[in-house]
Ligand binder design. Sequence first.
Ligand code: FES
Length: 414
Amino acid sequence: TTFEFQLNGRAITWQGDPFQRLTNLLRNQLGLTGTKSGCDAGDCGACTVLMDGRQVCACIVPAAQAHGTEIVTVEGLSTDAKPNGLQRAFLHHGAAQCGICTPGMLMAATELLSRSPRPSETEVEKAIGGVLCRCTGYRQIVHAIVGAHKFAYAPDPGHAEGPSVGTRMQRVDGEAKVSGHELFGADTAPENALWLRPVRSPYARAKFSFGDLKAFRAANPSLTAILTAADVPGKNGFGINPHIKDQPAFAEGHVRFRGETVLALVGTREAVDAIDFNALPIKWVAEVSVSGFTEAAREGAARVHETHPDNELVQGGLNKGDIEAGFAAAAVAVEGALKTAFVEHAYIEPEAGFAQRIGDRIEITACTQSPYMDRDDCASILGIAPEAVRIIPSACGGRFGGKLDLSVQPLLAV
Ligand code: FES
């Protein structure tokens, strides 16, 4: 079947999987990576585009559903390669920080402004309610949309003041973020790059063993390689603590959390996607998991890591002053048992990147906030000198400390 639709004013005709996500069609086939892929579940809104003028999450729209419609993405907001009024308002208000939510925010705002050019804060909050932002606290975004009409024709008033101490500065990489041209981890890769699909443990704690991987590979000739811990040339361990490198790139014989990588399939995207998880020759023996501090500290609890007796990773000290004197001198004393929850950093951009060999060196491009730490751990995993590894950070769609640790880098390196 042939499908047709209008994309940013251009007629598009395509053939292919009608059930693929619209994000996939836009990003991977039509090259419009301004539309971001965050959760692929319609939760984060980073993929928001306009379909016949209404905002939709492109990740949960089957591509065939776009047939006969008019789609507008962030790349279609401006016709003269200069930011439009809304984009200038975002720049002026500092509404694009990491920028991963920005295209989605702009599209949701565009829908609102098309029917309400001077919206109230409440209207704006309602309109952008489906798009999450982890950086700005939303206020700058709301202010930018409420005040967008001021930027419709006039130049950015912030610039009119001229550069001097105390004037508002536009962020240096702001334009790339509001135009959708910023390249995050999953937005680029060398042409014809192979894809790597990690195969992860469905169990929080299990022993596992491989059957005949060679035979499996022979039966699936479209795969280029199957990588396991046996392919790690150096030390199979990494971690952000300089002295504790206890997280393996590929698990060896047992897994310690649900989602731990046990092997990687390498090949074309179609080839790695086509492999059925249940067809892989992996034998799992599930074990009772250890969850939470209390359970892990219980006498006789299963050891998560052989190297950490009593499931204790590190010990730390706390120096206290004279508590009683402090209470006595305080105007008010509040006492209670307080408990906080574990909170994931929850940056919206998924971990992504690519690796290529350049001469005698491996270059890894990935969304990371700590290229030198990545370099040292990847060098140790590969068993080569740190100088033979170059890490090139892509734009980072949120980090909050969560992208200090390695994710895809060791797998790409191997
Ligand atoms: Fe919104 Fe970073 S600027 S998620």
